[in-house]
Design a protein around this ligand. Structure first.
Ligand code: SF4
Ligand code: SF4
Length: 441
């Protein structure tokens, strides 16, 4: 009788954590990637056609498998096994990626692998190994260190955006965090937000000394620097006694709600205050009658889901547990699959405005295609940011939208630049401006 191979069907359960400080936390995820490319293509059940079927800006532009999530995981796995070392190309592949989370959503349709966290851990490893981040990112970090904003603009001008007709209160339950972009580059967003608070009859205060949220620093893998910013900013908000922090920036929203808790190994619900995006605040005020949107806006309009307000915005809970046969874990791990992002509120607000004809793009909600700007991409890889914006604008033009609305200054700026460069007949607006324009004075 032939001898049976000695196969172990059962392995003891192994302890693991979702800890981006240690790339080894994600060896399971790297090694179980089956190269199915669900992280590259939008599932055909969601696709009305073949024209807009990719979800990964990096793989779509660079056209090499190495740039897809499966390639990045392969590189990371090779590094952990000691078979691959950093070089210029590996570094570029790791950073030429918008960290948009589209791959994570695609992969979790089948396998529940933690792709976004693995990509974040790989950047933390790059910094700890002394090779990352990219020079453009180091410049941003330097700006933040000197002036507490990513542009290096004078810190004492940070609140120059405050409108005389809607000033902040000294003390209020609601604290508005404008962020670097709305404080310096997109003051129209901060001003619209202040006027919305006034129209809703809700006083707002500002942080006594607002600093950058640290989005870029965190996104490029500078864990320790980002953690220090999280500690400082959370403490400053707690000292004000604010019950709710509202921001009009999608990137800032993700930082406060998801990545600060991740950096500090705590749950979102333990922050000590609620974090809302402006669209959540407005949605509630419209529904309870405190805010009415009555001025018409006659336009055929489409809404772009900013990654950080949508698939990346689900709350964070630290996790340590055991993994056994077939990857089953205990205790139960509530996966963040992107389906519970902020999707309904902006759409319901826009549909409330008379004259607005809201139409959807083929790739929408958690399958939306990233604008390409965020998380240090535009600064270090402008060609990827430009490609992504143009690719998304093709979708906007395909459905015949006249106005493209998002809820993030980084999306607005990137789309605006592309529209200007191309001469596209598309108006780009932030949702704060649209809401403000529909409020009766
Ligand atoms: S979807 Fe997941 S398993 Fe499939 S190739 Fe992408 S990362 Fe690998
Ligand atoms: S995060 Fe976005 S750009 Fe990066 S690999 Fe995933 S889908 Fe591609």
């Amino acid at each position: 009788m032939a001898q049976q191979p000695n196969i172990r069907y059962y392995k003891p359960k192994e302890e693991f954590s979702l800890d981006i400080r240690d790339i080894e936390s994600f060896v399971y995820d790297m090694s179980r990637c089956i190269k199915c490319k669900g992280c590259t293509w939008v599932d055909h059940t969601y696709m009305p056609g073949a024209k807009f079927m990719t979800r990964c800006p990096s793989a779509t532009l660079y056209e090499y498998d190495a740039y897809g999530a499966y390639g990045k995981l392969r590189i990371a796995h090779g590094m952990v096994e000691g078979k691959v070392d950093w070089n210029e190309t590996a570094l570029e592949i790791v950073y030429a990626c918008t960290l948009c989370g589209a791959c994570d959503v695609g992969c979790k349709r089948n396998l529940d692998l933690e792709i976004e966290l693995t990509l974040e851990a790989l950047r933390v490893k790059a910094v700890r190994d002394g090779v990352g981040p990219m020079p453009a990112h180091k410049k941003i970090a330097e700006n933040i260190q000197k002036q507490h904003n990513m542009y290096g603009s004078p810190h004492d001008k940070r609140s120059a955006w405050v409108p005389q007709d809607a000033p902040p209160a000294d003390k209020a339950d609601l604290l508005y965090f404008a962020g670097c972009a709305a404080s310096y580059v997109n003051q129209e967003i901060a001003q619209s937000t202040a006027r919305i608070f006034k129209a809703a009859g809700t006083p707002y205060m500002l942080m006594p000394d607002e600093w950058c949220c640290g989005n870029t620093v965190f996104s490029v893998g500078m864990f320790d620097e980002a953690k220090a910013m999280a500690e400082r900013n959370i403490e400053e908000v707690r000292k004000t006694g604010a019950k709710t922090l509202v921001t009009s920036c999608a990137e800032g929203y993700r930082m406060w709600k998801v990545d600060y808790p991740k950096l500090l190994n705590m749950a979102t619900e333990d922050l000590g205050f609620e974090v809302l995006h402006l669209v959540e605040f407005v949605d509630e005020k419209v529904k309870n009658g405190a805010l009415t949107l009555t001025k018409p806006l006659d336009t055929r309009l489409t809404y772009h889901d900013a990654c950080s307000l949508s698939r990346l915005s689900e709350p964070w809970t630290p996790y340590t547990g055991k993994r056994g046969w077939m990857g089953c874990v205990e205790p139960r791990l509530k996966r963040r699959r992107g389906a519970n992002g902020v999707y309904a509120q902006p759409r319901e607000i826009l549909q409330e405005i008379p004259g607005v004809d809201l139409i959807e793009m083929p790739r929408t909600r958690e399958n939306a295609y990233c604008c390409g700007a965020g998380r240090g991409t535009k600064e270090a890889f402008p060609e990827l940011a430009q490609f992504s914006a143009n690719h998304r604008l093709e979708e906007v033009k395909e459905i015949g939208a006249e106005t493209l609305v998002s809820a993030c200054p980084f999306c607005k700026n990137n789309f605006n630049q592309a529209v200007r460069d191309n001469g596209d007949p598309v108006q780009v607006m932030d949702i704060s401006e649209v809401i403000c324009a529909s409020i009766e004075a």
